[in-house]
Design a protein around this ligand. Structure first.
Ligand code: ATP
Ligand code: MG
Length: 261
């Protein structure tokens, strides 16, 4: 099973868009995927048009809001064929408090220890991370093995990148399996000089990790308002082709890793 964290401290760069479309694209290809929403905004459910009853908070604590016990499997919400989700949302504020109260030695690894699916049950675990950096972000990076960083090719996009990579390096000191595998340029507008310049800089620094960019595509921003992924809303749109491209790369990469071992 592969465990990919879609993470970047900066907000609004396309993390949720990437996590949702990547997860659904992989599921459509027959891969069994669990998408974990790690953000208090709870956007994943909205993007998929779902209303789960419970989610990551209940999964970790095995408690419902009224204190009653709930089995972990019952907190996982089926969304599409081969695709399941663990909802995020405001309850994650409580989860962060709960994590903060755990003994220091286990505080950072609670998620990694609890999220161990049965052998063969899943092919991919995808984490949609929140912007910023907190005890939950650390937990995700302890549970993941691959990091995919979306970087918007618009606005002051390189701002905060250095700080984020410092966080990442500190996580890698504890989780030795964690690798920065993909830098995904998003919101690429080929008509602007700015997009080109940032893309060139990223290629220079991240030759191995850089992926083909996802273009700025209005269909990508419309799809969530219909509770659909890009493959459901506009399968022929540029955005769908770009995410299909990313999915191909991720699958091929995995095949290569298997051959190497
Ligand atoms: N390639 C794209 N083209 C056009 N719009 C996009 C693209 N990618 C994302 N968007 C839109 O930009 C906004 C921010 O995207 P998204 O929510 O995926 O970012 P995020 O990094 O998850 O944000 P946050 O840090 O708040 O969680 C959304 O309205 C989304 O629909
Ligand atoms: Mg998001």
């Amino acid at each position: 099973m592969r465990k990919i964290a879609v993470a970047m401290a900066k907000g609004g760069v396309g993390k949720t868009t990437t996590a949702v479309n990547l997860a659904h694209g992989l599921a459509s290809m027959g891969k069994r995927v669990l998408l974990v929403d790690c953000d208090t905004q709870g956007q994943v459910a909205k993007f998929l048009g779902e209303k789960p009853n419970c989610g990551l908070y209940e999964f970790i604590t095995e408690r419902l809001e009224n204190g009653q016990f709930i089995a972990r499997n019952d907190t996982i919400h089926p969304c599409r064929q081969n695709l399941w989700m663990l909802d995020g949302g405001i309850r994650l504020v409580e989860l962060k408090n709960w994590l903060g109260e755990q003994p220091r030695e286990i505080r950072q690894t609670v998620l990694a220890q609890k999220l161990i699916p049965k052998e063969g049950a899943l092919d991919f675990l995808i984490f949609d991370c929140a912007p910023g950096w907190d005890v939950l972000s650390v937990n995700i990076l302890m549970a993941a093995t691959e990091v995919l960083c979306p970087v918007a090719l618009q606005g002051p996009s390189l701002q905060g990148l250095k700080t984020f990579f410092k966080y990442l390096q500190s996580a890698q000191k504890i989780n030795l399996d964690l690798r920065l595998e993909y830098i995904l340029p998003t919101m690429y507008d080929r008509r602007t000089r700015h997009s080109h310049d940032i893309f060139s800089q990223l290629k220079k620094y991240f030759g191995r990790q850089i992926c083909d960019p996802v273009h700025y595509n209005v269909r990508l921003s419309e799809a969530p308002t219909h509770g659909q992924t890009i493959f459901e809303y506009a399968a022929r749109a540029r955005g769908a082709r770009d995410y299909q491209n990313l999915i191909r790369r991720i699958i091929n990469h995995g095949d290569r890793q298997e051959k190497d071992t």
